[in-house]
Design a protein around this ligand. Sequence first.
Ligand SMILES: NC(=O)c1ccc[n+]([C@@H]2O[C@H](COP(=O)([O-])OP(=O)(O)OC[C@H]3O[C@@H](n4cnc5c(N)ncnc54)[C@H](O)[C@@H]3O)[C@@H](O)[C@H]2O)c1
Length: 253
Amino acid sequence: MDITTARVIVTGGASGLGEATVRHFAGQGAQVTIFDLEADRGQAIAAELGDAHFQQVDVTDETATGAAVAAAAKAMGGITGVVNCAGIATGAKTLGREGPHPLTSFRKTIDINLIGAFNVARLAAAEMAHNSPNADGERGVIINTASVAAFDGQKGQAAYAASKAGIVGLSLPMARDLGALGIRTCAIAPGIFRTPMLEGLGQEIMDGLAKDVIFPRRLGQPDEFARLAAFILSCAYLNGETIRLDGALRMPA
Ligand SMILES: NC(=O)c1ccc[n+]([C@@H]2O[C@H](COP(=O)([O-])OP(=O)(O)OC[C@H]3O[C@@H](n4cnc5c(N)ncnc54)[C@H](O)[C@@H]3O)[C@@H](O)[C@H]2O)c1
């Protein structure tokens, strides 16, 4: 898939990894539509980039997301890519000092990180199915964001790790479901990236997290995520796979 002519929805595109993806893709000539709850930031990024659009939408809302996908397809003249970055980081132990893990926060984490990504993917796939295939038979690419927590979830990450393991689990069956239509599905499992989500933890905790990264011993830069997403978009033989992007980090318990 040629990034210069791609028409891509980026969820969570108003911050962090999503914002970096929006900027990188737009810089390569792609048309981009940001889906995010944060209207001020999303609109400002779209306005700054010029040929970019914004939809204020909660990706867990079935009706609103359907309308936003239709609006994005209209604004861009179709959809050839989705990069799902909308997500939240939650932390609580299965049984903590204050009692059992609240079920509401467990459900919310799964709802946004897993069901929200699936919701956008399934609706965008229905739009992609209308595309004329390129020379390789491709009609679209879906890139979901997992996490290394899907494999090495730490204490307090039962909900978050479960949501991200769900994303890893989706890659192959979704690729199999959509392969006949020429739509590929991959996931990126980032290690620890310097984004507002991580910066909220404070410098001391970020430094502690970076200590376990093998090389380069630092937090990932959001642009490194964006460049991998662009590579997945462009490389037709990548399908059904989750790629770790983590400086060889294996998170301790
Ligand atoms: N930063 C990291 O180190 C890291 C590591 C592994 C995985 N991830 C994953 O990468 C993704 C992006 O993380 P980030 O660090 O850029 O976070 P971030 O907080 O900077 O950005 C997330 C964006 O998602 C949006 N969002 C949240 N819930 C939404 C909803 N229901 N509907 C629409 N938009 C919603 C937020 O408004 C925000 O703009 C997340 O899925 C996160 O779990 C991040």
